[in-house]
Design a protein around this ligand. Structure first.
Ligand code: NAD
Ligand code: MG
Length: 393
């Protein structure tokens, strides 16, 4: 049976890699809907090639731009806009699989719409799970959705765990080893961190990704968000997970067992591998990724993370042990700070400072609904803007 797929965030790095895997397996997958925030030109080309039933963009104006472009191609895709439309194409009864690849908190509600409709959810949008936390996982269970991790580390861990792993301890797991490259500044002189430019931060040594996650990799906030993501995905406690720096990004993470065995998943750093894995799970399909060439691999090295160099990693790990609203705050303030940094309105080192200052003054209360999650996110963004002003003055 042909699987029908909605790609939330089709024009992004993960979205484009997903379309590349679909293109190579067109006998198995068809595109039901593609969404983008602003990249109308690219979205129009994707619609022309993949002929989805629907395309969704961020505003009415962009929708009319897209319609005009599609009319040139004689493409019959119906164009919608706005948040409700994102939720509608994710939860539509004709859809089997939702690729959740919007960046940031904007992806939460559309992803949950897919969850609530019991879809196969391919989760790249880690921020949605970091924010939604327990409520997100409860909805997955309640609606019988199949949640599969696209994030390369979590996909690796998932592949290294036993197929029916309800409980880490009962499965003999002694530790999850979450690897990370350490980003572009693993060895840069810390005294020059104030001078880091957005382009330097986005020049990841191994992975080509969107700008927000690239900056998160440079601060290692990405590993921090992934730490929280792993706690929820694998029902792990903080002490079950160890962050290991592995600069070559060949091992994508590992699972250590009680008997001393360590299972690792390896491959070239290309997101088409986890995407293909989750699309076809439990089968295997071609992804277009070259196999590792062991004769040319010179070195695989591992080291402990430097928490002083990367305060964002510590902040995230702390947030995961505090009240359940702290990850929401961490994520929201990080989104604001990273955006300001990308627009050269905040220094690289001030990202952690802003997050730390909002977390310190945060009055915690457990969110009991998704509405409360969104409310905490809004309040944290207001506090973030205040903290930015005070740090800058
Ligand atoms: P990207 O910036 O390249 O793409 C983001 C996509 O989301 C685009 O299609 C954009 O149009 C859409 N979008 C942005 N803001 C939106 C909004 N407000 N409303 C609706 N749509 C919006 O990002 P990416 O690198 O593809 O990352 C996407 C997600 O996947 C992130 O959560 C990231 O952490 C995660 N992820 C990415 C990679 C990677 O290799 N790129 C790896 C692991 C996880
Ligand atoms: Mg990752």
């Amino acid at each position: 049976m042909m699987q029908k797929i909605t790609i939330l965030g089709a024009t992004g790095s993960i979205g484009q890699s997903t379309l590349s895997v679909i293109e190579q397996n067109s006998e198995r997958y068809s595109v039901f809907a593609l969404t983008a925030n602003k990249s109308v030109k690219l979205l129009s080309e994707q619609c022309r090639q993949f002929k989805p039933k629907y395309a969704v963009v961020g505003s009415e104006l962009l929708a009319s731009d897209l319609r005009e472009l599609l009319s040139l191609y004689d493409c019959s895709t119906e164009v919608l806009f706005g948040r409700q439309a994102l939720c509608d194409v994710a939860g539509h009864s004709d859809v089997d699989t939702v690729m959740a690849a919007i960046v940031g908190a904007a992806g939460l509600l559309p992803t949950l719409s897919g969850v609530e409709a019991g879809k196969r959810i391919l989760l790249a949008n880690k921020e949605a799970l970091v924010m939604g936390g327990r409520l997100f996982m409860d909805k997955v269970a309640e609606h019988g959705a199949l949640l599969l991790p696209i994030d390369s580390e979590h996909n690796a861990i998932f592949q290294c765990l036993p197929s029916s792993c309800a409980n880490l301890n009962e499965s003999g797991v002694s530790k999850i080893l979450l690897t990370g490259s350490g980003g572009p500044f693993r060895t840069r002189d810390v005294d020059t961190f104030d001078l880091v430019t957005p382009d330097e931060a986005c020049a990841h040594p191994n992975w080509s990704m969107g700008r927000k996650i690239s900056v998160d990799s440079a601060t290692m906030m990405n590993k921090g968000l992934e730490f929280i993501e792993a706690c929820w995905l694998f029902d792990a406690k903080c002490e079950d997970i160890e962050v290991v720096v592995h600069p070559q990004s060949v091992v994508h993470s590992m699972v250590q067992y009680r008997d001393g065995s360590v299972l690792a998943q390896m491959g070239n750093p290309d997101m088409r591998t986890p995407i293909a894995h989750c699309l076809a799970f439990p089968e295997r399909i071609n992804s277009g990724v070259k196999s590792l060439d062991f004769s040319s691999l010179s070195e695989l090295s591992f080291e402990s993370p430097d928490f002083e160099r990367f305060p964002c990693l510590s902040l995230a790990m702390e947030a995961s042990t505090m009240g359940e609203d702290f990850p929401i705050v961490l994520n929201a303030v990080n989104e604001i700070a990273v955006d300001l940094f990308i627009h050269k309105q905040l220094k690289f080192t001030q990202i952690a400072a802003v997050i730390g200052s909002v977390m310190e003054s945060w009055d915690s209360s457990e969110p009991e609904s998704i509405a409360a999650v969104i409310d905490a996110d809004h309040r944290a963004r207001i506090k973030a803007n205040e903290a930015v002003k005070s740090i800058q003055s």
